[in-house]
Write a protein that binds this ligand. Structure first.
Ligand SMILES: NC(=O)c1ccc[n+]([C@@H]2O[C@H](COP(=O)([O-])OP(=O)(O)OC[C@H]3O[C@@H](n4cnc5c(N)ncnc54)[C@H](OP(=O)(O)O)[C@@H]3O)[C@@H](O)[C@H]2O)c1
Length: 273
């Protein structure tokens, strides 16, 4: 299926690693030009080389910015517009929310979680919107997370940030659809990236499990007996960003192999003390 992404200009936050980097490669393989945003320049350079190892003539701009600040988000968008001559698609994928149980989450931790995973996405949407309105259209795909639709107490900050993100994006879809701007979100469950290693460690700590047991439980909560690959998420993001999904708007798609989170809740076991 031809996706029609040739020469589209795609701005991808969190593009130096994991799902964002895989999405960048997949977009490039479809003929798109990409601009990658993350904090660490060295990792961004490695990601550019990783993409060019597969597609030697890939057009890749790298932009170092910390998206916990509004001015930095605006600068990232402005640099991407300057480098590529415009932006057609924004993929929001730079996020992380610290794990921990309610009793251990103080205001500062909440602020960190909401500051990047929720506000970081909103900041990027706000920064790119005037450009999309002016050019008469654009597409935004948010990589959010299944905690927003399948809440879990051991991922409380992510649960809250993701639910807030999904609601905000749905509301913004109402506001901006009339300008030809399409907004969709995806909700991955566990995905095999560096981020997943951190999440497993947090889950193991909070549930008093070994990391191996935590990893096994996570896999057994998915009928396929494994977690997703970054490519499995990148493929859906790429399709949703394309014109082939032109009537998909204001909604979200969960990519988690029908994960049943209750199977990870060891507190529900009869012998739990
Ligand atoms: N992996 C999973 O199991 C999973 C599941 C559900 C949802 N998700 C969501 O999917 C998205 C991508 O996850 P991933 O697993 O691909 O993550 P990852 O491999 O840890 O990559 C995170 C990316 O975000 C960048 N980043 C982090 N903090 C940033 C900041 N303050 N400003 C700008 N860039 C920043 C990182 O680069 P720098 O560190 O250099 O800035 C990196 O490029 C996240 O929103 C995550 O919550 C992941």
């Amino acid at each position: 299926m031809e996706l029609g992404l040739r020469d589209k200009r795609v701005l991808i936050t969190g593009g130096s690693k994991g799902i964002g980097r895989q999405t960048a490669l997949t977009m490039v393989q479809e003929g798109a030009e990409v601009a990658l945003v993350a904090r660490t320049l060295a990792t961004l350079e490695s990601a550019r080389q990783w993409i060019r190892d597969v597609v030697p003539d890939a057009r890749v701009t790298v932009i170092s910015a910390d998206l916990t600040g509004e001015a930095a988000a605006q600068r990232a968008v402005d640099e991407a517009i300057r480098a590529m001559g415009g932006v057609d698609i924004l993929v929001n994928c730079a996020g992380a929310a610290p794990g921990r149980l309610l009793e251990e989450i103080d205001d500062e931790t909440w602020a960190v979680a909401l500051g990047l995973k929720f506000l970081g996405y909103v900041r990027m949407v706000k920064a790119v919107m005037p450009h999309f309105v002016e050019r008469g259209g654009g597409v935004i795909v948010n990589v959010i997370g299944n905690d927003g639709v399948k809440p879990s107490f051991w991922e409380l900050t992510g649960t809250a940030a993701n639910a807030a993100g999904l609601a905000a994006m749905q509301a913004l879809a109402d506001q901006y659809g009339r300008y030809g701007i399409r907004i969709v979100s995806v909700n991955p469950g566990p995905v095999d990236t560096g981020r997943w290693d951190t999440l497993t460690e947090a889950y193991a700590r909070d549930m008093n499990l070994s990391v191996q047991e935590a990893d096994r439980l996570a896999k057994s909560s998915i009928a396929f007996g494994r977690i997703a690959t970054p490519q499995e998420v990148a493929d859906v993001v790429t399709f949703l960003a394309s014109d082939r999904a032109r009537f998909v708007h204001g909604t979200s798609l969960t990519i988690d192999g029908n994960q049943r989170k209750a199977l990870m809740d060891v507190w529900q076991r009869p012998n739990h003390s």
